[in-house]
Write a protein that binds this ligand. Structure first.
Ligand code: PHE
Length: 452
């Protein structure tokens, strides 16, 4: 292998680092999960809890993961092997890679639906104001044994091509173009939505808290969403941190990512809720909001055809950055851990993921009757990764920083070896990682397992 190939890649510019990391955070979580959960859990009061969870739990964990990755400059498994040789902590990395594989199994399925809907919206075949007809179209797609599989493979193929080019020439280059596009398109849809008659009702729903709706489950749902949104607890930020340059101010970068990600969620809410209220649809539609309610809502408004196309196109863009980060965590491990050429690792991983994803994709149709622990494959992958492996990974990473890693190593790494004056922050994060954050995550975990 030539010298150039064996040297480890780093993201080339600060803007590129921001784009790649924000690209991982932004995704279906903003456009699909956030509006659906906000709609179901009382609007603004949920939003407030979600913002608090993001700032109090999400941000410190993200800073911690990025710092670990940059310190070791390796894939997630080797990161723990390097920082704690001879111990079993590398299993956290392996659990992260496993959960990335499981998330990809169902996430690329939904991303495939989005691609399918881009084409359908361009051809005008999802343009209907009748929710029952919208449901028929959606059901027709997800129950087909072929259509969603093809779109899932298209999505995996696109991701493999980008990943095979490397962290800087692939991921960074693509996300630098896609993210500004996403912002512009989202703002266009927002302007349309808030200028509809009655838009204020939707805005009130999103921004006026109703605390009577808050209970323990709502708080925990907000915490779980914060984890999913910021791609935490599963090797992603560790892997991306390993491509950060030494002079990047990690806390500052992470803060920008977190704030911009919140802004995208907020914009998605502003794009959706005023329109939903203006045309008398239900905000509590849940996951079907994206595929059934949105096309019907947009078809009801002037210029609806174009806004439906734009909306699905921007949703497609949003999924790409998230999928790239999930796949990168797997490819970095496969190519470095097994010393396989990156291009072969990228395409090999895509094929493997296509096979893993197949049962999830078929489980909304012909395999709906096959159940694992009472769940379809789709739900089982989601449950295992989001409710089990992600919180365990996040908690274990915090405990690793709190109790295993030398405190000064972490403080030093976070301050770029003393170049930044933020030692107080490093110490603060280590203290949070000792007790507060793992305890909060434990609560998410127990709730995810329905223990309370
Ligand atoms: N953060 C992404 C989103 O909100 C999803 C994701 C989860 C990506 C976990 C990577 C890892 O859509």
């Amino acid at each position: 292998m030539s010298k150039q190939l064996s040297a480890r890649d780093v993201f080339a510019s600060r803007l590129g680092i921001l784009a790649a990391t924000l690209g991982s955070a932004v995704g279906l979580g903003n456009i699909w999960k956030f509006p659906a959960l906000t709609g179901q859990n009382g609007g603004a009061s949920f939003l407030l809890l979600y913002v608090l969870a993001t700032l109090i739990v999400g941000l410190p964990v993200m800073i911690a993961e990025l710092t670990l990755g940059r310190t070791a400059r390796a894939n997630s498994v080797s990161t723990f092997r390097k920082l704690a040789p001879g111990t079993a902590w590398w299993l956290i990395g392996l659990s992260g890679v496993t959960s990335a594989i499981l998330i990809l199994g169902f996430y690329t399925d939904v991303a495939g639906w989005v691609l399918d809907y881009i084409v359908k919206s361009v051809s005008g075949s999802v343009t209907t104001t009748d929710p029952a007809a919208a449901k028929l179209i959606f059901d027709g797609m997800v129950t087909s044994p072929i259509e969603p599989v093809i779109w899932q493979w298209v999505m995996l193929g696109i991701a493999a091509v980008i990943i095979s080019k490397g962290a800087s020439k692939g991921i960074e280059k693509v996300t630098r173009v896609l993210l500004p596009m996403l912002f512009v398109l989202l703002i266009v849809v927002c302007i349309r939505s808030v200028t509809l008659p009655n838009a204020s009702e939707g805005l009130r729903f999103l921004f006026m808290p109703d605390f009577s709706r808050v209970d323990g489950t709502v708080v925990l749902t907000a915490l779980g969403l914060a984890f999913f949104k910021l791609s935490l607890g599963m090797s992603i930020m560790l892997t991306y941190g390993s491509y950060f340059r030494d002079d990047v101010n990690i806390p500052f970068m992470a803060t920008r990512v977190v704030i911009l990600d919140l802004i995208v969620s907020m914009l998605a809410g502003v794009a959706i809720f005023p329109a939903v209220f203006a045309f008398g649809f239900e905000p509590t539609a849940g996951p079907s909001l994206l595929f059934m309610t949105i096309p019907a809502v947009f078809a009801s408004m002037p210029g609806g055809y174009y806004f439906t196309v734009i909306f699905f196109f921007l949703s497609g863009i949003a999924t790409v950055g998230a999928i790239l980060s999930l796949m990168e965590a797997v490819v970095a491990y496969v190519s470095e851990g097994l010393s396989i050429d990156r291009r072969i690792a990228a395409f090999g991983t895509a094929i493997f993921l296509g096979l893993i994803g197949l049962p999830a994709t078929l489980s909304t149709g012909v395999w709906a009757h096959i159940k694992m622990f009472g769940m379809t494959f789709f739900d089982f992958y989601d449950f295992l990764s989001s409710n089990l492996l992600m919180p365990i990974g996040g908690m274990a990473t915090c405990l690793f920083i709190g109790y295993v890693l030398n405190k000064e190593t972490f403080v030093n790494a976070l301050s770029n070896n003393g170049a930044l004056n933020n030692q107080w922050l490093g110490r603060g994060i280590v203290s949070l990682c000792r007790f507060v954050t793992p305890a909060l995550i434990l609560v998410i975990l127990l709730q995810g397992l329905n223990i309370f």
